[in-house]
Design a binder for this molecule. Structure first.
Ligand SMILES: *Cc1c(COP(=O)(O)O)cnc(C)c1O
Length: 462
């Protein structure tokens, strides 16, 4: 009885505090936007102001544009909060966090089937972007060292990839001064082929980039065939060109849904793989992973040994300070879910994605571009509508759904698509709600188009 009363009093007290915030001057004055205010404000007021403003953001759960995780379990949230204050780089002060990163790398190397005789190494990153930069940089370095040793020029490195790669690959070429040999995509074939690659590679190629689950259509480059080509090139021409697999989204799907499919370290020329922990690794943003097949694929010169924070710590990264939370959270997921847990989640997502694709096709209004549906996303084109996917996407935004519309990369730039990424918390019921809203928006747009036309016709008649 007493504690009930106490609780009530506590509630009343906090109620009062909220009321006083809303009744305070902070809610009648505009918030500071350009200059840091001279004086601060009570924590509740600062919180409430920012909290209310952030309601203007989209709802992450309705955001089908992004692959990035929007939900984690309470226990993960707790671990994340507990690690918030730990700077990952201080690994002498936080040695256990550092060990946890290494365990995750070990588990990933095995998940990606690194051969037993290899000593795989790797690192946690802010995301796949940093991982890709670091992976490619290592290959550039290896190539340069080899050329130098052979007494050959090393001033014209190039990198070969398809236009289906993520924008970060082009960023790498620009920032690290490597010639970009971008293979255009054909209409109806939105990936590259081994023949395309054969035409572009030469002795100056530092690496060939392939994608497991492209951002545009969720398809996969023919990695096994390209690996075969590079093996033949190595035998006939002596060029040992590594393959880097961008498994940003696919790297956590393929091992669980297609364990037999060879795309990883089972292929001889695959020397490095990146994967986004914050995509289907099921961790909040930002965590990514880079794994090298073997220690020798990461040149020693690139590993920095900083000694002023205590012990000597080897480090391969672009950033210095960063949080530890997401690395801890990744480990939590590995322990909590295990392989079977991941498998169940991936299979559920795939089932919901297939259901959505099937319903969209059946409606007769859409054509699914990624018919093989290897990864849990659906990319569709409109079939003979009088309006565009851009208008439909806009219409859906009015209902809260965030679904991007865009054109495909060259030479398929005339193909306009809409893409929906299915995440773990997007259940069957949500799929049905989305489908209903898509159909309603479609009909709405169709009606307004017809009205428009009728009006045009009337004008003509008079
Ligand atoms: C998301 C994505 C990236 C970029 O990864 P981040 O983790 O967002 O930095 C790179 N490549 C592909 C294929 C992606 O899907």
């Amino acid at each position: 009885m007493l504690s009930k009363k106490k609780n009530l009093r506590k509630m009343e007290k906090s109620q009062k505090e909220i009321t006083s915030t809303f009744g305070s001057r902070y809610f009648t004055e505009s918030v500071p936007k350009y200059e840091m205010p001279e004086e601060g404000m009570p924590p509740r007021a600062a919180y409430q102001l920012i909290h209310e403003e952030l309601n203007l953001d989209g709802n992450p759960a309705l955001n089908l544009a992004s692959f990035v995780t929007t939900w984690m379990e309470l226990e993960a949230d707790k671990l994340i909060m507990e690690s918030m204050g730990k700077n990952f780089i201080d690994n002498d002060e936080y040695p256990q966090t550092s060990k946890i990163q290494d365990r995750v790398v070990n588990m990933l190397a095995r998940l990606f089937n690194a051969p037993h005789e290899c000593k795989s190494v790797g690192t946690g990153t802010i995301g796949s972007s940093e991982a890709i930069m670091l992976g490619l940089l290592a290959h550039k370095w290896t190539w340069k060292k080899r050329r130098q040793k052979e007494g050959k020029p090393f001033d014209k490195p190039n990198i070969v990839m398809g236009a289906d790669v993520h924008t970060v690959w082009e960023k790498f070429a620009l920032y690290f001064d490597v010639e970009l040999k971008l293979i255009p995509l054909e209409r109806d074939n939105y990936t590259i082929t081994p023949e395309d690659v054969a035409k572009e590679i030469d002795e100056n190629t530092i690496c060939v980039g392939v994608v497991l689950g492209t951002t545009f259509t969720g398809q996969m480059d023919p990695i096994k065939e390209i690996n075969q080509l590079l093996i033949e090139i190595k035998q006939t021409k002596g060029w040992d060109i590594p393959l880097h697999v961008d498994g940003a989204s696919g790297g956590f799907i393929a091992p669980f849904v297609y364990p037999e499919m060879e795309w990883d370290f089972r292929l001889e020329q695959v020397k490095s793989i990146n994967v986004s922990g914050h995509k289907y690794g099921l961790v909040y943003p930002g965590v990514g992973w880079l794994v090298f097949r073997d220690k020798k694929d990461l040149p020693d010169e690139l590993i920095f040994k900083v000694n002023y924070l205590g012990g000597l710590m080897p480090n391969y990264s672009l950033n210095f300070s960063k949080g530890s939370s997401t690395i801890v959270a990744q480990y939590y997921n590995f322990l909590r879910l295990g392989k079977n847990g991941y498998k169940d989640i991936m299979k559920t997502m795939m089932a919901n994605c297939k259901y959505m694709a099937q319903k969209l096709e059946e409606s007769g209004k859409f054509e699914v571009i990624n018919k093989d549906l290897m990864f849990p996303l659906v990319t569709v084109q409109l079939k003979g509508a009088d309006f565009t996917v851009f208008e439909l996407s806009q219409k859906l935004r009015e209902k809260g759904w965030i679904i991007p519309a865009y054109t495909l990369p060259p030479d398929a730039q005339d193909v306009e698509v809409m893409r929906m990424v299915v995440k773990e918390n997007f259940g069957r019921d949500m799929v049905d709600s989305l489908l209903a809203d898509i159909m309603e928006s479609y009909d709405g747009l169709e009606k307004s188009e017809t009205k428009e036309k009728d009006r045009d016709n009337l004008t003509l008649l008079y």
